[in-house]
Design a protein around this ligand. Sequence first.
Ligand code: FMN
Ligand code: SF4
Length: 675
Amino acid sequence: MDDPLLSPFQLRHLTLRNRVVSTSHEPAYGEDGMPKDRYRRYHVEKARGGVALTMIGGSAVVSPDSPPAFGNLLLYSDEIVPWLARLADEVHEAGAAVMCQVTHLGRRTSNYAGDWLPVVAASPLREAAHRAFPKQAEEWDLDRITADYVSAAIRCQAGGLDGIEIESYGHLLDGFVSPATNHRGDSYGGSLENRLAFPRRVIRAVRAAVGPDFIVGIRMAVDEDDPGWLGFDEGLTALRAYVDDGIDFVSTIKGHIDADAPLARVIPSMGTPSAPFLQFSAAVKRAVDIPVLHAARIADVATARYAIREGLLDLVGMTRAQIADPHLVRKVAAGQEDRIRPCVGASYCLDAIYDSGDAKCVHNPATGRELTIPHEIGRAPRRRKAVVVGGGPAGLEAARVLAARGHDVVLFEADTAPGGQVRLAALAGQRRRDLIGIVDWRVSEAKREGADLRFGALAEAQDVLAERPDVVIVATGGLPDRSFLDAGQDLVADSWDILSRATAPGAAILLYDDNGGYPGMDAAEFLARAGAAVEYVTPERRLAPDVGSMNSPAYLEVFARHSVATTLAYRLRRVDRIPDGRLLATLYSEYARHEVGRTVDQVVVEHGTLPNDDVYHALVPGSVNGGAVDYPSLLAGRPQPVSGHGYQLYRVGDAVASRNIHAAIFDSLRLCAAI
Ligand SMILES: Cc1cc2nc3c(=O)[nH]c(=O)nc-3n(C[C@H](O)[C@H](O)[C@H](O)COP(=O)(O)O)c2cc1C
Ligand code: SF4
């Protein structure tokens, strides 16, 4: 039977080859605000991978007083046209359509970016997420911004794109529509008709400028889903008015995005139900007769197929799913659905924009690095024997990639189950369970490529050498670090003890997090849910700086519900047993230069790991390279230079130093893809 997901779709004059879309998202891969080589290759990869329509320029900005908040493309510059043209040509060559999202960010940006022009909004209300105090837009602002939308649309058309999508949630246009953000007393405020006046003027002007043969869609909050915000009925009225003004399709959003918590509901992460707004989008589809596109945690092919088969949507957005695997559609078409690298919903992609400058998939380091790192692993010129020690994310990735290169791979993992710290994180609770997809996919792919994965097999140096390897990858991970304590290392538990259930939670707990990432927050959540009274202490000046705005809401919800106390800017120095059997934790403020004490039942520490590297050091003397990695070759994607006899030896992941999942997998991918 024909797959409904693969059936073509007619969007006015534009034929889309199937129903799968990569919706607008800004990965911050632009350079100087332009979609240069990196940006282009990222989208071309999806086009080659089978997507029907790729939307570029998430929130591409139309005016200089909408400065880039997260690496946005600058549609107000003519310089962008040739870059758009090159991108459009290559995406078209690969069989996909391409459009660009256009916007004025309104208050969703900073007063201290770009040209430092004052941020503008319908009303002077601060947006919590970006923290700019905006000015209230004046008539002359609306005139010039309308003209800027028109110029931006014309640039997209001149660049050969198939269309544009006007953004209308959380930005300037919808700021006028929503009663929550429009407090104006003039002809742009009050009644819905007044609130729609400015967006309608923009849409009409754009349609008039680009003519009928260019697709103009809208991505809008049809329901802002909170008391005092835009409701469904008014949202539908707005959409119908926009259709009258010349809108060709709608991409549906439910909710608002002005702060971390509501944004995390609009773009749901792991631990939330699949496709939460599918029925809502279907209701929109029943109410209007333009095509409806929708994306929000439709991460698996079965749900996407269901949405199309049942006529709930015309086009289905699988955006993070294709960040995780840009070849998703190709694999569906080839009957290889089980080989799709799953999007586990970690939303590291989104958090990385703010935290490390650009989007990164937690377990696909090739995404966004297409210029240097392949998504598909090619065969090596010569088959070699490779031994991998350790079956955490770094070790499994090494085994997968080396096996895909055609090598003869043996992996030893001491534990009876693979996954290392990822398995531990997935154990933290129902909410983080999907992380196990990172492990399961690698195990399945490595086995398919013929790797011999031996679990429950502790390997010493002699076990490795008995395999007569040409290449050894040591991925033995790390062990929790308590060495920072002046006293009491044997009195404390660590986050591994807690998450693995090896140590039961006490009643009153001080959790000390000097990692600032997920393990400490997972432990805090676990302990709080277990009913303990938890004080979370960190030497940082904010909570868990490595847990970004998409992931912190779920933890903060638990903190609020279970009254977790937080203490910033204190360092745990020592833990002592006091006569009544309880523990005294001594905290030190580097600011006040004083000590304070806490008496608790249990102290749990999270301070990263120290390398578990005995096997590595035992293997160094017999190796041809002494364990050295030639960084210029690594970074250029070239094989490691070696001369002489003996095995090549490398270590990866936390066996080197305590880092995150992405770093561990990236270590292995870029090294092993060139072995
Ligand atoms: C890195 C990243 C950046 C995004 N930026 C935008 C944006 O600029 N504009 C927009 O409308 N949506 C943006 N989104 C939201 C996506 O278009 C999509 O709605 C969201 O990821 C939910 O769909 P999914 O579950 O299929 O990923 C972004 C998403 C990601 C992952
Ligand atoms: S980081 Fe997580 S949510 Fe984002 S694409 Fe990768 S697996 Fe999906």
